[in-house]
Design a protein around this ligand. Structure first.
Ligand code: GTP
Ligand code: MG
Length: 197
């Protein structure tokens, strides 16, 4: 998939701000700081269209990136941002849930997990919730540039086992720094969109 035209079409915290075009959507979920916005930048080949920060809790809204008038990448606020205020933490659940639950054009969810660590309790909770609702899913292990190459299979195994993934599950180590995994992920996304059309 070649991506030249990208437009941040909507930034919203309520369903009234979701795009109405009906184009298929791919959403990215994961804990704060796992690298969702960085991954979107890597996929679209832009350095900083999606805002990224060293500090967790950067993305606080639901951001719809229109990709070639063909689909949307949906950047979501991360979970598990401990320093968010109680009020903000309380808003996160309903905001994400109302998007994930009421969106027929949401074709696939990419769950991001940091390759360096076993999935956290919140990762597991999100994972089980998504499975329960039977979403088509892709698993991306981020920040693979941060561990030694030789350690990758070991980490992959730990995460695969924790998430109870089968051979049919799409599972990709990824680095926004080196762009490893980028082409593979775009290919998988393209196939999903093609099946839908
Ligand atoms: P929230 O918006 O808070 O939910 O976070 P996010 O998941 O969007 O994370 P973001 O993309 O803002 O990245 C967080 C930090 O991790 C930034 O400092 C990024 O530069 C860094 N980062 C993201 N992906 C990678 C990666 O693949 N490799 C390395 N080395 N750093 C990464
Ligand atoms: Mg973000």
């Amino acid at each position: 998939m070649k991506i030249n035209n990208v437009n941040l079409e909507s930034v919203t915290v309520t369903p009234s701000g979701y795009p109405e075009s009906g184009l298929p959507e791919i959403a990215f979920v994961g804990r704060s700081n796992v690298g969702k916005s960085s991954l979107i930048n890597a996929l679209i080949g832009r350095k900083s269209l999606a805002r990224v920060s060293k500090q967790p809790g950067k993305t606080r809204t639901i951001n719809f990136y229109n990709i070639e008038d063909m689909l949307y990448f949906v950047d979501l606020p991360g979970y598990g941002y401990a320093r968010a205020s109680k009020v903000e933490q309380a808003k996160w659940g309903p905001m994400i849930e109302s998007y994930l639950k009421k969106r027929p054009q949401l074709k696939c969810i990419v769950q991001l997990i940091d390759i360096r660590h076993p999935p956290s309790a919140l990762d597991m909770q999100m994972h089980e919730w998504l499975r329960h609702y039977d979403f088509q899913m892709i698993f991306v292990l981020t920040k693979m540039d941060k561990i030694n190459r030789s350690q990758i299979p070991k980490h992959v195994k730990v995460i695969r086992t924790a998430l109870n993934l089968g051979t049919g599950d799409v599972f990709l180590p990824f680095s926004s720094e080196t762009k490893q995994g980028r082409d593979e992920l775009l290919e998988v996304i393209q196939k999903i969109i093609e099946v839908e059309n």
